[in-house]
Every structure is written in structure tokens, then in C-alpha cells.
Ligand binder design. Structure first.
Ligand code: TYM
Length: 332
């Protein structure tokens, strides 16, 4: 079976963007692939965070993933800091990746903002750690949202340079899996920005934990243009906000934008937004109930993660031993 790896930062509650762009696509891969999923807390500390909240947020993210359909029996689900291979391989990759490569990363520029001098050095080498996450398992398929594409290209550059520098066909090539009509869910306040856990405005996103009233209010207030919905997908051209809302309904309903517009083309947004909010609430309610149930027994979630880390280590440890041998470290 082909090995899949993906990760998500515990830097807040997962958004509808995380869910539709990534998590939901992870679920079926459990049955067809050797699937490894990781809550990436090492990545979460590259930007300002609250150490008093981090452990609870990590557990909550794991509970959210299980509630969305990841089954710790059918996939390997664990916390990044529990498996040392990630940090060890990331250090080697810090010495393989070139500054010029990192300087091209658009996400660093976005996340560092105006005061780049004040960004952590961890944020700068973030893509190297991401490459290590995947390659420590020799995973070859990585299901992600559209925003991670550039990082995966860099991971391939790192793998190639490692193989070249250390004279071995050791790390495999990685293939991104960017799926569906919602590979890039946009902010509800600005159709040109992606929906993000870390956006200052809570109105910009649907959180997986939002209750029915919050979902309805956020969708009602979502920015749109004044025109009614077009009759076909071609009419979404140049209408970023309309395209986003239609894409969300399509993704939730398991339909195409074309089919959504066949049903709702010509309607005004106030009517369409009610349909959308209702579909979202129906979709999210069972996930929220399951998440609440899981968090009622935090010890059980932690135990599942411990077991996941053990299984992850069993895969990564021999690969790390060989990587360190190739680099030339004295065996322990
Ligand atoms: P993170 O935590 O920002 O997001 C997790 C996943 O959600 C996707 N995503 C979206 N998809 C569609 N629309 C959106 N608005 C949206 N926002 C987020 C992301 O593309 C991602 O797939 N660097 C990664 C985590 C990571 C990782 C890895 C991923 C660390 N190591 C190794 C893959 C492989 C990140 O910050 O994701």
C-alpha cells in the first residue's frame, strides 16, 4: 500500500477550510492506503502561542480529527513532538535546504508580516520540518489544501539534494493530493484571502465547533456582490465571494458547483445563504456531538495518541537510523 502522510497545526479549532480542504479527504485514504496523520505541535510553536493552552489545543485537535472520521485503529494518529524523528530529521534538512530556497516561500512572507526581523527562526525553517514529517516515513502521497503546494515542492527539492549529496536513492519523491471543489476555501469577509484559523476576525471563518446560531449569523453576514447567483459555473468568473459560497455548498452536499447552480441559479444571496447555513449545520452537528463525547474522556484520547506515537516510531526509527548513517554520524 502506498503510504500517506498529512498534518495539521493545533493552533486553534479546525476551520471549515481545514475540514473541506484536507481532513475530509484524509478519511477515505485510511482504507485504501497506509495512512499516517499528525497533530503538528512543533509547527504550532513557530508563531506566538500560549504554552498554557497548547496541550489542551493539541488534544482538542486530535478529538476533532477522530470526530471527523479518523479512526486511530485504521490509521496512525499521533502528536509530532511525541516522535523525535521529526526534529532530528528536520535538523539534517536545515543543513540540506538552501537559504535561497526558503527565501522563495510565500507562506513565510505572509506569516512573518511586515516585521520580518521579529519572526522566529523556526518559522523560517518551517518547510524543512514539514519535509522531515513526510520523509521520516518515506511517505509518497500528501493530501493537503492548495496553500501547501509550494512547501511540498520544496520537500521534493530537499529529498533530491539529500539523495545527491549522500549518494543514495534514499528518499522517495512526494506527490501532493489536492482534491475537490474546496481545495481553497476563502475568508467569508474577503474572497481573495484564504479562510484561516489565525485570522483576527472570527467572522471570517466557520469553526468546526460553531453552533447553529453562529453558523447562520456568519453566513448571513458573509460578503457577497449584489447580483443574484448565476445559472452556470461560468458565471462565477470574477465573483470570488459567490464562487466561494457555491463551492462550500457543493463540497458539503457532495455535488459539483454546476449542480448547485442548476438548483439555485437565479436566486438572491439571502435565500441561498439560508440553504447553505442549513446544510452546514446539518453536516457539522454530528461531528460536534462526537467531539464533545470524546473530550468527556480526555484520558482515552491521550491513550490513543500514545499508541499512535508508538506505531509512528516503529516506522520512522529504522528510516532515521539509515538517514543518520548516510550522513555519517557515529552509530549509537
Ligand atoms: P494547517 O494547519 O494550516 O492546515 C491543515 C490543512 O488544512 C488545509 N487548509 C485549507 N484547505 C482549504 N481551504 C483553506 N482555507 C484551508 N486552510 C487550511 C491546509 O492546506 C492543510 O492541508 N504546514 C501544514 C501542516 C503540516 C503538514 C506537514 C501538512 C505540517 N507538516 C506535512 C502535510 C504534510 C499547515 O500549516 O497546515
Amino acid at each position: 500500500k502506498q503510504r500517506v502522510f498529512s498534518g495539521i497545526q493545533p493552533s486553534g479549532v479546525p476551520t471549515l477550510g481545514n475540514y473541506l480542504g484536507a481532513i475530509r479527504n484524509w478519511v477515505p485514504l485510511q482504507d485504501t492506503h497506509d495512512a499516517i496523520y499528525c497533530v503538528v505541535d512543533l509547527h504550532a510553536i513557530t508563531q506566538p502561542f500560549d504554552p498554557k493552552q497548547l496541550a489542551a489545543q493539541t488534544r482538542e485537535m486530535a478529538a476533532a480529527l477522530i470526530a471527523c472520521g479518523l479512526d486511530p485503529e485504521r490509521c496512525v494518529l499521533f502528536v509530532q513532538s511525541h516522535v523525535h524523528a521529526h526534529a532530528r530529521l528536520a535538523w539534517i534538512f536545515n543543513c540540506v535546504a538552501r537559504l535561497g530556497w526558503l527565501n522563495r516561500m510565500t507562506q513565510f512572507k505572509d506569516k512573518a508580516g511586515k516585521d520580518r526581523e521579529a519572526a522566529s527562526s523556526g518559522l523560517y525553517v518551517y518547510p524543512n520540518l514539514m519535509a522531515a514529517d513526510i520523509l521520516a516515513y518515506h511517505a509518497t502521497l500528501v493530501p493537503v489544501g492548495d496553500d501547501q503546494k509550494q512547501h511540498l515542492e520544496l520537500a521534493n527539492d530537499i529529498a533530491q539534494k539529500f539523495n545527491h549529496d549522500f549518494g543514495a536513492e534514499f528518499f522517495p519523491a512526494i506527490e501532493p493530493l489536492i482534491q475537490g471543489v474546496a481545495a481553497r476555501v476563502m475568508s467569508l469577509r474577503d474572497g481573495t484571502k484564504k479562510m484561516s484559523k489565525s485570522d483576527a476576525s472570527d467572522q471570517s471563518r466557520i469553526n468546526l465547533t460553531d453552533d447553529a446560531d453562529a453558523v447562520a449569523l456568519k453566513i448571513r453576514r458573509a460578503r457577497t456582490d449584489p447580483e443574484p447567483l448565476p445559472e452556470s459555473a461560468a458565471g462565477l468568473e470574477g465573483r470570488a465571494e459567490a464562487r466561494n459560497l457555491v463551492g462550500i455548498l457543493a463540497a458539503v452536499a457532495g455535488a459539483t458547483p454546476e449542480a448547485v447552480l442548476r438548483d439555485h441559479g437565479g436566486k438572491g444571496f439571502s435565500e441561498f445563504k439560508e440553504v447553505l447555513a442549513e446544510a452546514l449545520v446539518a453536516h457539522l452537528t454530528p461531528i460536534q456531538a462526537e467531539m464533545k463525547r470524546l473530550l468527556g474522556d480526555p484520558g482515552a484520547v491521550d491513550a490513543a495518541l500514545r499508541l499512535g506515537a508508538e506505531r509512528a516510531r516503529a516506522v520512522a526509527d529504522p528510516i532515521m537510523t539509515e538517514a543518520e548513517r548516510l550522513v555519517g554520524f557515529l552509530p549509537r
